[in-house]
Ligand binder design. Structure first.
Ligand code: B3K
Ligand code: ZN
Length: 876
């Protein structure tokens, strides 16, 4: 089948005014009756109505009250065609679906066991068509009335999106509940939930004084773990009122937790559904990182109510319109709730670990893709994270107030509509009288631009000239690349680490600032700084002002200066990362050892007399990850990268010294309280890093400390950190710790996932046997996405030296499991398969092994469209 293309977009011939659904719920056989009022004023009645429907057993169909004979409609290959429709026609259908048999977790399905589990839906992107016939595309906005009926004992709780509109008893122990949503919405935001669930709730008063009932639902045994999410939700709602003037618009806001979910969470209107991993939080089973993730995802889904639901996407090519923007809003919120520089470091690390490799290989695609076969394959780091970076650049260009005005205009113009990225740029631009169309090129071109910077100092003229130029990697698919507008936030430092005032025509009049943003919008450009007394050190791309790879020939001493003095916490960390890259190269013998010494000396000094907070120090002491090192190599040998990165850290540990590390560990370990405030979290983060470094110098000592920390830990952060050190080092204490962890969390699937993950990440050749053994564990199942990711995602995507065995056995095992998984859940199989991305740049032996495994996969007849598309693209 040919791909679906952006340029082929057509408005729908028929749209839908109102939808009335009646759902008779049952685990094995659910019946869905639908009544659609159709609109098509401009459509000739001879144009057949075409509705999507996948795997529906059609029981009855009528048009304008008359049952249709089999000659008046056709249902084939996922499309129902109906003749004789006119503007205002009413189409009624009744279908049967089978939730308990639905292992793909798309449409209506069962979470948990037959006896005690509950029913729920997932419709984005195209799940609604698995529930009923509908034009299942985001530009068809309709008003929904949903009535649910079910056995009261088995399904005491009945929920759907919108406002509650009555409930009551029926004969035979059944009951019903109705929900009406006054806001027109696309079908992908439909949701229902039915089963035995507990709840916690609170009343929220909007800025306008309207009461809203906030309710979180979960299975009874974890309802106590929902309080943190409820607090986070309230914070997010206040923040959106304060920051964007956006208020909630229904009387109720329901949130439901499930352990069976394909992704993180879903923003269904009035009924958000969450992977339990991003909703439940308690100190005994959640790490500090997980607390922050819960806060972020709760906020993200809530923010979608305006960026996604009230203003939705015209078509799925515009996905980043809602996702990039909502990730950006979520990042702003999280930064404000926590620490802006730490949040930025976390986000940029994620971008480099996931998006940069995606953009550098055969899966590269623009933030607004031009074509796809399976839309679920395009919920990617590029659409989400790079998309957010583009919004960040726009927001930076307009400034805080300009961006707010632009957003106000965007909502004013497009509320209740399905919009495009052009609409978004036009609203932001019009509100500020600025033409933002040059930024469209960022949405259209794949690949990470390289920003080349070169400085030249002229002592006679006391001038410093910075020459910036941009290149795209030649390999990427589009030959003629346009120059992109690249905002470069910068400062200059003197040799003592002091910031210099910026003079020159590019930096405005008035009192000279020490920080400025220049925009490179040509292939190359010079920027001249005047009144500069000595060669300065530029701090470029501060706060990571554009998603590019900066190439600048810094000397180790210059980077060390920035690492020590830059006031921008992010750029300080960034200087350390760049220096670590040089240090890494020097261990290969291709560069002199100065870089390694410079990195170690600067960090050792910061460690001794630190003025930075513990969390930032922990990040500074962490070199780039193995994936980031691999991303810079022409020919990748993951085993060598692992060894070299360990050697680099060993050097650092040696420079700091075992005694200093031990002392710091003891000081940090003396705080045995388990609080969630920023200071306590920072202490735990540094403690983990110090323990890891100590383990490189004095393994016995560190393992003893880790075993003790594991025993006495008051919370998951310390417990998992200690377990990680023992397991990765294969310390003798690891076995007991694993047994005790396994027992302690036998009934806690989220904690047990971490038990699988920590073992799947043992570096090197040992990993494969461990993974094979873990597959045999009674708690392992491919049917649960979190569990499958915990073992195989961790192994294939987060353990390069383990997965990329030179004998190819890692690839073969993984490929076999992908086939099995694909038969159950194509979305998860396709997502995991992206671990093969980058195989073309492996060294020849591994490359050949990967090629064979992938080639065998591609030969399989039965691949889903999801997995088939990923394998096909990866092989290109
Ligand atoms: N919009 C959903 C993701 C849906 C994924 C469909 N395969 C969650 C989010 O981004 O908020
Ligand atoms: Zn989202």
């Amino acid at each position: 089948t040919p791909p679906i293309r952006l340029r082929d977009y057509h408005q729908p011939a028929w749209s839908v005014d109102t939808v009335e659904l009646e759902v008779e719920l049952d685990i094995d056989c659910t019946e869905v009756s639908s009544r659609l009022v159709l609109r098509g004023a401009a459509t000739t009645p001879s144009t057949p109505l075409r509705l999507d429907g996948e795997g529906l057993e059609l029981l009855a169909i009528s048009l304008d009250g008359k049952a249709l004979g089999s000659d008046a409609y056709r249902y084939d290959k996922g499309v129902l065609e109906v003749d004789g429709v006119h503007d205002g026609s009413v189409l009624q259908t009744r279908v049967r679906i089978r939730p308990a048999a639905n292992t793909a977790l798309e449409g209506l399905y069962l979470s948990g066991s037959r006896d005690s589990g509950f029913l729920l839906t997932q419709c984005e992107a195209e799940g609604f068509r698995h529930i009923t016939f509908f034009p299942d595309r985001p530009d068809v906005l309709a008003r929904y009335t949903v009535t649910l009926r079910a056995d009261r004992a088995r399904f005491p709780v009945l929920l759907a999106g919108g406002n509650p509109d009555g409930q009551g008893g029926l004969a035979d122990g059944r009951h019903w509940a109705r929900f009406v949503d006054p806001h027109p919405r696309p079908s992908y935001l439909f949701a229902l939930v039915a089963g035995r669930l507990e709840h916690i709730q609170r009343e929220y008063i909007t800025a306008d004084g309207r009461p809203v009932k906030l309710v979180i639902w979960s299975e009874a045994n974890v309802i106590d773990c929902c309080h943190y999410a409820l607090d986070a939700l309230e914070r997010a709602m206040r923040w959106d009122e304060r920051t964007y003037g956006r208020q909630y618009d229904l009387d109720v806001f329901h949130v439901v937790a499930t352990h069976d979910f394909n992704m993180g969470a879903m923003e269904n209107k009035g009924l958000n559904i969450f992977n339990a991993k991003y909703l439940l939080a308690d100190p005994d089973s959640s790490t500090d990182e997980e607390y922050r993730a819960v806060e972020a995802v709760v906020a993200h889904e809530y923010f979608h109510n305006w960026t996604g639901n009230r203003v939705t996407c015209r078509d799925w090519f515009q996905l980043s319109l809602k996702e990039g923007l909502t990730v950006f809003r979520e990042q702003q919120f999280s930064a404000e709730m926590n620490s802006p520089p730490l949040k930025r470091i976390e986000d940029v690390s994620l971008l480099r670990r996931t998006q940069f490799p995606e953009d550098a290989g055969p899966l590269a695609h623009p933030v607004r893709p031009a074509e796809y076969r399976e839309i679920n394959n395009f919920y990617t780091a590029t659409v989400y994270e790079k998309g957010s970076e583009l919004v960040r650049m726009l927001a930076g260009r307009l400034g805080q107030h300009g961006f707010r005005h632009g957003m106000d205009l965007y909502f004013e113009r497009h509320d209740g509509q399905a919009a495009t990225i052009e609409h978004f740029l036009a609203a932001l631009g019009d509100a500020n009288d600025i033409d933002l169309t040059p930024y469209l090129a960022w949405y259209a071109q794949p690949g990470t631009p390289r920003l080349h910077a070169k400085g030249q100092y002229d002592p006679a003229r006391r001038e410093y000239t910075l020459t910036l130029s941009q290149q795209m990697r030649p390999a990427s698919s589009q030959p003629d690349k346009m120059p992109l507008p690249i905002p470069v936030k910068l400062s200059l430092f003197d040799q003592h680490g002091r910031m210099l005032p910026l003079h020159g025509e590019d930096f405005g009049g008035g009192i000279p600032q020490t920080e400025s943003v220049i925009v490179l919008d040509k292939a190359a450009q010079h920027f001249i700084f005047r009144h500069v007394d000595a060669p300065p050190v530029p701090s470029l791309l501060r706060g990571f002002s554009a998603p590019v790879v900066l190439e600048c020939d810094y000397t180790p001493a210059e980077l060390a200066l920035l690492l020590t003095h830059d006031a921008d916490g992010f750029n300080r960390w960034e200087a350390g990362q760049q220096l670590a890259m040089l240090a890494f190269d020097s261990l290969q013998g291709t560069h002199d050892a100065k870089a390694c010494d410079a990195w170690c000396d600067a960090l050792a000094a910061l460690f001794q007399h630190s003025t930075v907070d513990d969390a930032l120090l922990a990040d500074l002491l962490t070199p780039p990850g193995e994936i980031e090192f691999a991303d810079r190599q022409l020919e990748v040998d993951p085993a060598k990268i692992h060894v070299r990165r360990q050697a680099l850290q060993h050097r650092l540990a040696t420079h700091i010294g075992a005694q200093a590390l031990l002392e710091r560990y003891r000081t940090l370990a003396a705080d045995t309280s388990h609080r969630l405030d920023a200071g306590s979290q920072a202490g735990r983060r540094l403690k983990r890093r110090v323990l890891e470094l100590l383990a490189l110098l004095d393994a016995d000592q560190a393992h003893d400390l880790a075993a003790r920390q594991f025993e006495n830990a008051k919370g998951m952060t310390d417990r998992l950190a200690a377990l990680g050190v023992l397991v990765r080092d294969r310390a003798w204490q690891a076995a007991d710790a694993l047994v005790s962890f396994r027992e302690r969390y036998a009934d806690n699937p989220l904690a047990l996932d971490k038990w699988f993950t920590v073992q799947a990440q043992v570096p090197g050749e040992a990993a494969l046997a461990i993974v094979q053994q873990l597959e045999g564990d009674p708690a392992f199942t491919l049917k649960n996405p979190n569990r499958a990711r915990a073992l195989f995602g961790a192994f294939a995507s987060a353990n390069p030296s383990g997965f990329h065995r030179i004998d190819g056995a890692g690839y073969r095992l993984f490929a076999e499991r992908l086939i099995q998984l694909d038969a159950l859940n194509p979305q998860i199989a396709a997502r995991l398969a992206t671990a093969f991305n980058g195989w073309q740049r492996l060294e020849p032996v591994r490359r050949e092994a990967a090629r064979l495994a992938l080639g065998a996969l591609a030969q399989r007849q039965e691949l889903s469209r999801n997995l088939g598309e990923i394998i096909g693209n990866v092989l290109q």
